[in-house]
Ligand binder design. Structure first.
Ligand code: SAH
Ligand code: SF4
Length: 366
């Protein structure tokens, strides 16, 4: 089978070049063609000898996920549904703002971690995405946006200035592929993004947070969602394996290597579940030793979620408690919810292999 060159970062590509009897520096040329010029065809690589182009065509491919849907929301948010074979689909979302363009990237088809309030989690899990499928989302967004810019953002060389791994899936559960894709995002011969502008969001896989610190310390966002283990066990079941104390210790270890001097804690606001003033006070105490910022996410509903969004007043009151304690707190603007592109609404198409969907349908019927 032909090798998909989008699966390689600079090191992998240099190894591939050596294997096929070429000089490793060809890797840089290939990276620039693929990731900076958006080439998906060896024929356009005009500074490579024809013989090399022919050799590459016979041994390798540049293969991207297929775009099956491309929606633009009223606020300019754009969502792509990408097919990754065997009936599986993932979603990628571009969020244009005045001074930046953020791409929200998926890392898995579905997610095995089954957080109670998450649409992706409810769909079960099929498989990890390959490096080509992860970096392909950035490739496709840059290419499409440069060819057809939406009205609400000013076309520039690079449409995507920031990447957040906050789409479908738990990025740290697909560690090796995610790190290789991160290497490409940061590589000056590929996307050249700074570490501060690339964020990995995790539900709290403690050993993988440590490995990320060692291998590729980009900005870190941690999905906290509760101020104590009893509640977090229920909302984010991986907490039973890696409880809050261990998670916060991993955050402390991460900080010296992090590109920013704080960790971002995400906190989904669920009406009557985790949004009281008492919860806010408990949270203040909990994180007192961790330099951090809070991002409160109003819950985005989906069918059969069983949760309601906190009122705007409850969210503001919660924020005020955190702010008064000196914690910088933002409330995430809900973007693209008219096209189901908001946090936690990404559904894609998941051929579940965990039987979770069967189980939850059976439970619902009882
Ligand atoms: N698996 C990773 C990243 C993907 S989810 C993680 O859990 O961090 C990105 C963010 O959206 C997480 O903070 C997640 O908890 C939040 N989220 C999930 N479902 C949501 C929903 N229905 N409404 C609002 N935010 C949600
Ligand atoms: Fe997975 Fe994140 Fe959704 Fe939890 S919130 S189920 S970890 S995608």
């Amino acid at each position: 089978m032909a090798t998909n060159l989008l699966n390689f970062d600079s090191r992998g590509l240099a190894e591939f070049c050596t294997e096929i009897g070429e000089k490793p520096f060809r890797a840089k040329q290939l990276l620039r063609w693929m990731h900076q010029s958006g080439a998906a065809d060896f024929d356009v690589m005009s500074d490579l000898a024809r013989s090399l182009r022919e050799k590459l065509s016979s041994l390798a491919v540049i293969e991207l996920p297929q775009i099956t849907l491309d929606h633009v929301a009223a606020d300019g948010t754009r969502k792509w549904l990408l097919s990754v074979g065997a009936g599986n689909g993932i979603e990628t979302v571009f969020i244009p703002e005045a001074n930046r363009g953020t791409l929200c990237i998926s890392s898995q088809v579905g997610c095995a971690l089954a957080c109670a309030f998450c649409s992706t989690g409810k769909q079960g899990f099929n498989r990890n995405l390959t490096v080509a499928e992860i970096i392909g989302q950035l490739w496709i967004a840059n290419k499409t946006l440069s060819e057809q810019p939406s009205d609400s953002y000013i076309s520039s060389n690079k449409a995507v200035t920031n990447v957040v791994m906050m789409g479908m899936g738990e990025p740290l559960a697909n560690f090796d592929n995610v790190v290789t894709a991160l290497n490409l995002m940061l590589d000056d011969h590929a996307y050249g993004l700074s570490r501060r502008r690339v964020t990995v969001s995790t539900s709290g896989l403690v050993p993988a947070i440590d490995r990320l610190r060692e291998q590729c310390p980009v900005a870190l966002a941690v999905s906290l969602h509760a101020p104590n283990d009893a509640l977090r066990d229920h909302l984010v079941p991986i907490n039973k394996k890696y409880p809050i104390k261990e998670l916060l210790a991993a955050c402390q270890r991460y900080l010296p290597a992090a590109p920013r001097d704080f960790i971002t804690f995400e906190y989904v606001m669920l009406d009557g579940v985790n949004d009281s003033i008492a919860h806010a006070r408990e949270l203040v105490k909990l994180v007192q030793d961790v330099p951090c910022k809070f991002n409160l996410i109003p819950f985005n509903s989906f069918s059969d979620s069983g949760f309601k969004r906190s009122s705007a007043e409850a969210v503001r009151n919660f924020r005020d408690v955190l702010m008064q304690a000196g914690l910088v707190t933002t409330i995430r603007k809900t973007r693209g919810d008219d096209i189901a592109a908001a946090c936690g609404q990404l559904a894609g198409q998941v051929k579940d292999k965990t039987r979770r969907t069967v189980r939850s349908k059976t439970e619902a019927a009882q």
